[in-house]
Design a protein around this ligand. Structure first.
Ligand code: C2E
Ligand code: SIN
Ligand code: SIN
Ligand code: FE
Length: 442
């Protein structure tokens, strides 16, 4: 009789290879996410800072343009529609002073938006032409307009200010092209870079703080899911053990058929999810025998047809047990169909060929092989060669011939491996294999 001293999930948690692999993956995932976060944050914050800096410069130029254009409005305003020679010369002089200082170009327009007077800084005729296409977007009265332009690496601001006399009546327009100087440009650049440096530093510090927290949270989550998994694997063991209490050989039978089925499934190249279902199915395939009365289950001789009918109900009894757990339900293909035969003569449903789920077709072969090579209350064990002979005989009628061919090649070596181990060692080995398969998915 089997005694389970080591719950399988404890071994699952202790498997260092999987833990290491999961750890590396998590590190990489966290680093990639942090880098993405950094990139996005840098773009957004850098963009905002650039925008704010340029707004700041615009506002400054705005103020300057208002101040400088003031010399053309108010008390000193001339109606630009009808301007005398003296006034023209005076205004030209004022405009020339402005282009010596901040502006590249200063122009005055009358109320009907006709150019009256222009001053251009020496050597800046080109800028004036280039920027020309953007000008003359005259604002409505009272409104001030400015537009920012990058021309040949220079930041230029075109400002347009309506001019008013002392009575606040429109007298014309002032338009200027203001060149943002190198120093200011460098200032903007520096401000953006400084901000990006702060963002980087901030994120690096946050990362340093967050990284261990994330790792711990993740470890905690893995721990939780392992606890859950451990519970389910324990449930599987408990059920296997419960039937072993009634039927002395079943527990090692369960371990043996699970081992055979897994090796056959691997040889067939089944995906891990199918193999996990196969493991659970193999381990629980006869769980319904819990519900079979001792006089039948433990009968030393051949069963009568009536007794065999009762015995066959172990399939449905098993399904009833599985249906109470969503996790155990993964075993259903094997439990429900492990007594179907390839030619359709099996029970419970009489399915044929490919209608029988692959895991059940596969399992039927290893179940019979182990039943044949084992002691049963009703029979003595057969030698491996004899058992293989019976499998060959059943190939195509009882068993899927393709799968039988593969298993027959493996059978002698697998049987050898299993015979060398006592029940305790077999159990330990199986639990390690089970843990590895189930932990890999977590
Ligand atoms: P089990 O002992 O695990 O056998 C599983 C399957 O292996 C059987 O399914 C059958 O297909 C095959 N098998 C087992 N022993 C032999 C054998 O000596 N010769 C051949 N050719 N095949 C064998 P099956 O027949 O549907 O039986 C299901 C379960 O019913 C068996 O599980 C066993 O627990 C029970 N059972 C079947 N026949 C007898 C019997 O004559 N006496 C008793 N006491 N129980 C039996
Ligand atoms: C089994 O098929 O699970 C074991 C059969 C038995 O020992 O009666
Ligand atoms: C397979 O072996 O991958 C599927 C073929 C089958 O259902 O037998
Ligand atoms: Fe069975």
């Amino acid at each position: 009789m089997a005694t389970l001293s080591t719950p399988p999930a404890e071994q699952a948690g202790a498997d260092p290879r999987n833990a290491l692999l999961a750890g590396k993956l998590i590190h990489r995932k966290i680093l990639i996410r942090l880098f993405l976060g950094w990139s996005i944050l840098s773009l957004v914050v850098g963009g905002i800072v650039l925008f704010l800096e340029i707004n700041r410069v615009e506002a400054r130029v705005h103020q300057l343009a208002l101040k400088e254009s003031a010399s053309f409005s108010g008390e000193s305003a001339h109606n630009l529609d009808s301007i005398d020679r003296n006034a023209f010369e005076h205004l030209t002089e004022l405009a020339r002073q402005l282009v010596e200082q901040h502006f590249l170009v200063v122009e005055l327009y009358d109320r009907s938006q006709q150019l009256k007077l222009e001053a251009v800084r020496d050597g800046e005729e080109f800028s004036e032409q280039t920027i020309g296409q953007y000008r003359h977007r005259f604002p409505k009265e009272q409104e001030f307009s400015h537009q920012l332009h990058f021309v040949d690496g220079e930041l230029l601001l075109v400002v347009l200010v309506p001019l008013k006399d002392a009575q606040n009546a429109l007298t014309g327009y002032f338009e200027g092209i203001y060149q943002v100087d190198r120093e200011t440009l460098d200032g903007i650049e520096q401000e953006v870079f400084r901000t990006l440096a702060f963002v980087t530093l901030g994120i690096s510090l946050t990362t340093l703080l967050m990284y261990p927290i994330m790792l711990n949270l993740n470890r905690w989550l893995i721990g939780l899911s392992n606890t859950l998994l451990k519970g389910n694997l324990e449930l599987m063991n408990v059920l296997g053990h419960a039937i072993a209490e009634r039927d002395s050989d079943t527990n090692s039978h369960n371990y043996r058929v699970t081992y055979y089925a897994l090796r056959l499934g691997e040889a067939l190249g089944l995906p891990p999810e199918k193999l996990r279902d196969l493991i659970a199915g193999a381990f629980l395939h006869d769980v319904g025998k819990i519900g079979i009365r001792d006089p039948i289950l433990l009968k030393p001789g051949e069963l009568t047809p009536e007794e065999f009918q009762v015995m066959q109900t172990h399939v449905l009894l098993g399904m009833n047990i599985l249906n109470r757990s969503s996790w155990l339900r993964r075993a259903r293909d094997v439990v429900e169909f492990h007594h179907e035969k390839y030619d359709g003569s099996g029970y419970v449903r009489g399915l044929k060929g490919q209608e029988i789920p692959l895991n059940a077709r596969l399992f039927a072969i290893v179940d019979v092989f182990d039943a044949l090579t084992s002691q049963r209350p009703y029979k003595e064990p057969l030698a491996v060669d004899e058992a293989i002979g019976l499998l060959e005989k059943g190939s195509g009628s009882h068993f899927d011939p393709r799968l039988t061919t593969v298993f027959i090649k493996l059978a002698p070596r697998l049987h050898e491996e299993v015979s060398r181990l006592n029940e305790r060692r077999l159990e330990t080995m199986l639990q390690q294999i089970i843990a590895r398969y189930f932990l890999a998915s977590a």
